[in-house]
Design a protein around this ligand. Structure first.
Ligand code: ADP
Length: 353
């Protein structure tokens, strides 16, 4: 019985479509199945030998020698191949690493992104042109019947919506195509908040919405400028779009200690969201109320772009909301480097270890 089970297990490991490697606590490779041998450059008979003598892949050796209980999941680039490694502890038996070749999958993802970016780019140009001519028809003193004017208004509104949709899709594919994190610099938050608030002023005034700005002028964060303008701009835009008539948008920021972080908040007194919706608002094309979002010119892509930008900066975003009460979007950002502004001959001693 036991024998039959062992044979079955051995067969399972041998025929697994995933690479399987087990390394014991003394660094000796105990199991290396056929698939792992195909995927990894290694000597022909690696089992029973020290991993460091048979596997010329430093990162994989590091993963296999981790002694704690942590699980590790990461991509490993070997030449033109991308391998996904998932590794778990096997207690006193050492570590298990499962390897999967994801190169084709990643390539297909790249093609999909490139295709979406190209299509969005190509379609944005005619949409801009349609919106432009519709705007001209409405505002250049051209005589139009009431009926025709209403129709052109619909054309104009929809062309603008298409334009926003293609722009958001383009932005999303560009962010997803970037494999490295964004470069960061020390930035003052105040001018960014003012710039984004000014962009929404007209929309806010139309509905009697007031802004309250509580951002210290000297407060600096360590972040990417373009990403911050996009994120703050989107949060303020949403706070206006989903606010009530004569509502209020509060934009505030403060430095928190332990750990040092800058908390940036956009607070509105608008329609709010139910907990079940809150979980989904960072998904692409998710809208709580499609009709309302469409009426205010939404695409359902704004917050998914925000989330990706926040992740790319290693920052965090949280939301609190109550239906008919309003919402609070909170960003946790790195504060500016406290020594960045110190001139070199400042007398501050630097020591290297
Ligand atoms: P949209 O372009 O539709 O505004 P977003 O991705 O920016 O798309 O937001 C997704 C959805 O989350 C919105 O359609 C709206 O239902 C909801 N939402 C976002 N911000 C707020 C807010 N401040 N108050 C209430 N609902 C919001």
């Amino acid at each position: 019985m036991l024998d039959a089970q062992s044979t079955l297990l051995a067969e399972l490991i041998k025929r697994s479509p995933m690479g399987i490697v087990v390394c014991d606590p003394s660094g000796v490779l105990r199991i290396v199945n056929d698939k792992a041998r195909q995927l990894l450059p290694m000597v022909p008979q690696p089992e029973g030998r020290l991993a460091k003598d048979t596997l010329p892949i430093p990162r994989l050796l590091e993963v296999l020698s981790v002694v704690d209980d942590s699980s590790i999941e990461e991509d490993l680039y070997i030449g033109s191949k991308i391998l996904k490694i998932r590794s778990v502890s096997m207690g006193e038996h050492g570590r298990l690493a499962i390897l999967e070749d994801v190169s084709t999958l990643y390539k297909a993802e790249d093609h999909r992104r490139e295709f979406v970016a190209n299509v969005s780019h190509e379609l944005r140009t005619p949409a801009t042109s349609i919106a432009g001519y519709a705007d001209l028809l409405l505002n250049a003193g051209i005589e139009l019947s009431t009926e025709a004017r209403d129709m052109v208004r619909v054309i104009h509104r929809n062309a603008l919506r298409l334009n926003s949709l293609f722009s958001d899709l383009l932005t999303l594919s560009k962010i997803e195509a970037q494999s490295v994190n964004m470069p960061k610099e020390d930035l003052e938050l105040y001018p960014i908040a003012v710039e984004c608030m000014d962009k929404q002023r007209q929309r806010a005034e139309k509905r009697g919405i007031l802004f309250q700005l509580m951002v210290p002028k000297d407060l600096k964060v360590h972040a990417n400028r373009d990403a911050m303008i996009h994120i703050v701009g989107n949060l303020i835009e949403n706070a206006v779009k989903y606010n009530r008539e004569d509502g209020l948008v509060t934009i505030r920021a403060e430095l928190r200690s332990a750990p040092p972080k800058v908390l940036f908040e956009v607070i509105d007194l608008g329609v709010g969201m139910a907990p079940s919706h809150l979980e989904r608002i960072f998904e692409r094309f998710f809208r709580v109320d499609k009709g309302r979002s469409r009426n205010v010119g939404g695409t359902g892509l704004g917050l998914s772009i925000v989330k990706r930008l926040v992740d790319r900066m290693d920052a965090q975003i949280e939301v609190r909301s109550r239906v008919d009460r309003g919402s609070i979007f909170r960003l946790w950002l790195d504060p500016a480097d406290p020594f960045a502004a110190v001139p070199e001959e400042s007398g501050i001693e630097t020591k290297k270890w």
